[in-house]
Design a protein around this ligand. Structure first.
Ligand SMILES: Cc1ncc(COP(=O)(O)O)c(C=O)c1O
Length: 447
């Protein structure tokens, strides 16, 4: 027997709340107890577009872009498209004054087809093909980040306007996250280790090329970084490197791109990066490093992806079955899973699913939300609190699924990828339609 069973008068005070730390602003329960986002009930979306569906709150994304512009008025803020690259999002972030970071020919095409001015694009990435680099140069991309000596060679095949480029360095900073997301350390696949002979060789080769204009340095320290001091340290190290290039080559670099990695909360209590604190640290570190090396202040750029779109996204699922293993776990199986949310399997990410079609009053059970796919590791959330009377047909919503969910989605088991539906001012509209079996068959051309 729970406390609520014993003292029913406690019930109103114990009603679940939607933490503003993980839900888009303005998310609330309506009079019927349904969760609404952007003025639209999630159950209405589930009924109209099916499940699973990614729901995206346009106002939340726009507000986050404005927060970046306001906090970093002098910096160039690139939205890292890899977090969620669809045309509508490209439109919104550009309209709010951001630029866009693309990392493949495909992302480049999406941005261009959304009408983004190519000068507002930066392209980087490991292992880009000659065609992808050439497409970026031909399109007139504002900046290209060089990741390897091969990139420099491949760019020789591109049209010969002087292309502004940055060199990506790994500054040797360990942000202590999951091994898959620590990209500031020296021994990893991206960029050139700072101070290494290959980095020096890359500088020499780029400066010797009249078709390339080396304008600055780039780094990306990793993901889910909540301690802004890491960015201060990156500035100190990279300004030192810029000063070395000036001494060695009499070439002045004017731009410093600090990459992305700004942490967001996936569950209440998770640490986030505070933008105001980051702005203070960036200013202080620039002052100190530039004074120390007598180096003119470079223009700062940054590339947040997750922090722009993660909290705007909510995924809705339908409960398909509930299974209690005697003496073991209670499994709530939903109609999605690892195909639409790879982050659990990839990084051990943790989420807080809630029932969205009714406001539960308790009692509660501890359950594991499992996906429908044929992998025992296909789990969305382990040991979470859900209403004990949950039943097939209920709608579950998982907040903070706007970043690296749709963009990492797959069609394992020949199940098509979910649609993306935007909500705003009480209206829902489909931005990306559901992938159908016919779509999958259309690619299956052999026999
Ligand atoms: C070079 C670069 N910039 C920016 C980002 C965006 O990171 P986040 O979405 O964590 O801000 C990434 C993510 O992998 C990246 O590799």
């Amino acid at each position: 027997m729970t406390l609520l069973d014993m003292i029913p008068s406690l019930q109103p005070a114990m009603l679940p709340r939607l933490s503003p730390a993980i839900w888009p602003r303005g998310t609330e329960y309506d009079g019927a107890g349904r969760i609404t986002l952007g003025g639209v009930a999630l159950t209405d979306i589930a009924d109209r577009f099916g499940t699973p569906t990614y729901v995206l709150d346009e106002a939340e994304i726009r507000a986050r872009c404005r927060a970046y512009r306001k906090t970093f008025p002098q910096a160039r803020v690139y939205y890292a498209g890899k977090a969620l690259m669809i045309r509508a999002v490209a439109d919104w972030v550009i309209a709010e004054g951001l630029s866009i970071d693309v990392c493949s020919g495909g992302e480049l095409e999406v941005a261009l087809s959304a009408g983004v001015d190519p000068k507002r694009l930066i392209m980087h990435g490991a292992g880009r093909s000659c065609d992808e680099l050439t497409a970026a140069v031909r399109a007139g991309a504002g900046r290209i980040v060089l990741d390897s000596l091969t990139d420099i060679a491949l760019l020789a095949a591109s049209p010969s306007r002087p292309q502004p480029v940055l060199l990506r360095l790994s500054p040797g900073i360990d942000v202590h996250g999951h091994p898959a997301v620590r990209t500031g350390v020296l021994d990893q696949k991206f960029g050139f280790p700072i101070g290494s002979e290959t980095a020096a060789e890359a500088v020499r080769r780029v400066l010797a090329r009249p078709d390339l204009e080396l304008v600055g340095l780039h780094c990306h320290l990793g993901s889910q970084i909540h301690d802004p001091d890491h960015y201060g340290e990156a500035i100190r190290r990279l300004v030192g490197e810029m000063a070395w290039i000036r001494r060695e080559h009499h070439h002045l670099l004017t731009e410093l791109d600090l990459g992305g990695g700004h942490a967001v909360a996936y569950r209440p209590g998770d640490a986030e990066l505070n933008l105001t604190e980051l702005a203070d640290i960036v200013e202080d570190a620039l002052d100190a490093a530039c004074a120390r090396h007598r180096f003119p202040r470079p223009a700062i750029a940054m590339e947040p992806g997750r922090a722009v779109v993660a909290r705007a996204g909510v995924t809705v699922y339908r409960v398909m079955s509930i299974k209690q293993i005697a003496g073991g776990t209670t499994y709530v199986t939903v109609d999605g899973g690892m195909n639409d949310n790879l982050r659990v399997a990839l990084y051990g990410a943790q989420y807080e699913p809630v029932v969205a079609n009714r406001r539960p009053h308790g009692p509660w059970m501890t359950a594991t939300v499992a996906g429908r796919y044929c992998e025992s590791g296909d789990v969305l959330a382990r040991d979470v609190r859900l209403p004990a009377d949950l039943h097939p047909g209920d709608v579950l919503a998982v907040p903070c699924t706007g970043a690296y969910h749709h963009s990492l989605s797959a069609s394992y088991n020949c199940v098509g990828r979910p649609p993306v539906v935007a909500v705003r001012d009480g209206c829902a509209r489909e931005l990306v339609r559901r992938e159908t079996t016919a779509d999958l068959l259309a690619r299956d051309i052999g026999r």
